[in-house]
Design a protein around this ligand. Structure first.
Ligand SMILES: [Zn+2]
Length: 276
C-alpha cells in the first residue's frame, strides 16, 4: 500500500489570511511534497468591494464582494500550490462591534460546536498531521479569527487526529522593524485592520515563540498570493514593499506549538519535525 503523504491543514477566517500569516509555510510544504489543505471559514463579504468601496458605504454589494474575493482566493491558492481548498462559507462577521456580528448566518453567531463538527469532518477526511490556526485572541481580536481558533481547537479535540497543533504569531520585535521600514518608505504605519477597542498586545516577545520556520525561498510566491488580494486595503501596505524587500522582511514565519504527540524538541524550525 502506498504510504500516505504528510498533510498540513491551515484554518483561516477570511480569503487573504492564508497569504498573510501562512503563505510561506503553505508554499514551502507543498514544494516538499506535503499535501496542503486550506480551510477558509468565511466569505469575506465585509471586505472592500470592487473599486475600493468600503463596507457600509453606498454601493458596497456583499454579493459582489464575495464573488471577487472567492476568485482572488483561488488565484492565491494557485500561487501557493495549495492542494485542497475548502470553504465553509459562513458570512464574514466584520470587525468587533459591527452590526454584522449578530446577523443571521454570521460566523460569530454560529455555535462553536456546529461549525466544529463541519471542520471535524474535514479533519477526518484529510487526516492532517499538522494543524495551524490563530491564538485565542485571533491574533488581533477579529471575531472571525477568534471563532476560527475556537472551532479548530474543538474540532481537533473531537477527532484527536493531528499530531501537532500550532498558533500563528508575530514577534514583537518584528512590529518595531515594520515601523522603521514604513517610515523609511514614507508610509504611515498604523494597522488599518486593528479593532478600535484597545485589546491585548499583538504578537509575542521573541522568547515565547517556540517555532521559527524559514520560508525565505518562497517569499516570491507569498508575495504573489498577497498580490492576488490587492483589492483589500490592508494588503496594499505589504505590497508597497515590493517583492524583494517583502521576501527579505517576511522570510520567517513564526508559531507557537500548543499540542504535540511527537516529542520533537523545542525550539523547532520545521512544523513536521518528529514526523519525517
Ligand atoms: Zn482575516
Amino acid at each position: 500500500m502506498a504510504e500516505r503523504s504528510l498533510t498540513l491543514m491551515a484554518v483561516h477566517a477570511h480569503p487573504d489570511d492564508e497569504a498573510t500569516s501562512t503563505g510561506g509555510i503553505l508554499a514551502r510544504y507543498a514544494a516538499e511534497g506535503i499535501t496542503t489543505v486550506l480551510v477558509t471559514c468565511t466569505d469575506g463579504r465585509c471586505g472592500d468591494g470592487p473599486g475600493g468601496v468600503k463596507p457600509g458605504d453606498p454601493g458596497h454589494d456583499p454579493a459582489a464582494v464575495v464573488a471577487m474575493r472567492t476568485a482572488e482566493l483561488e488565484v492565491s491558492c494557485a500561487a501557493l500550490k495549495v492542494t485542497h481548498l475548502e470553504t465553509l462559507g459562513y458570512a464574514d462577521s466584520g470587525m468587533m462591534g459591527w452590526p454584522n456580528n449578530d446577523q443571521p448566518g454570521s460566523f460569530w453567531t454560529t455555535p462553536v460546536d456546529e461549525a466544529a463538527d463541519r471542520l471535524a469532518d474535514l479533519i477526518r477526511q484529510y487526516r492532517p498531521d499538522v494543524v495551524v490556526t490563530y491564538d485565542e485572541n485571533g491574533f488581533y481580536g477579529h471575531p472571525d479569527h477568534i471563532q476560527a481558533h475556537r472551532i479548530t481547537m474543538a474540532a481537533v479535540a473531537k477527532t484527536d487526529i493531528p499530531a501537532k497543533v500550532y498558533w500563528t504569531t508575530v514577534p514583537r520585535t518584528m512590529f518595531a522593524e515594520f515601523g522603521r521600514i514604513m517610515q523609511e518608505l514614507g508610509v504611515e504605519w498604523a494597522d488599518p485592520d486593528a479593532a478600535d477597542e484597545p485589546g491585548p498586545q499583538l504578537g509575542l516577545p521573541d522568547d515565547e515563540i517556540n517555532t521559527w520556520v524559514d520560508t525565505s525561498k518562497y517569499g516570491p510566491q507569498k508575495f504573489d498570493a498577497l498580490a492576488a488580494h490587492a483589492s483589500q486595503t490592508e494588503n496594499i501596505f505589504f505590497l508597497q514593499l515590493g517583492r524583494e524587500r517583502f521576501t527579505e522582511l517576511m522570510g520567517v514565519e513564526t508559531f507557537v506549538r500548543v499540542q504535540d504527540t511527537t516529542g520533537a524538541p523545542l525550539p523547532e524550525d520545521d512544523l513536521f519535525a518528529g514526523l519525517r
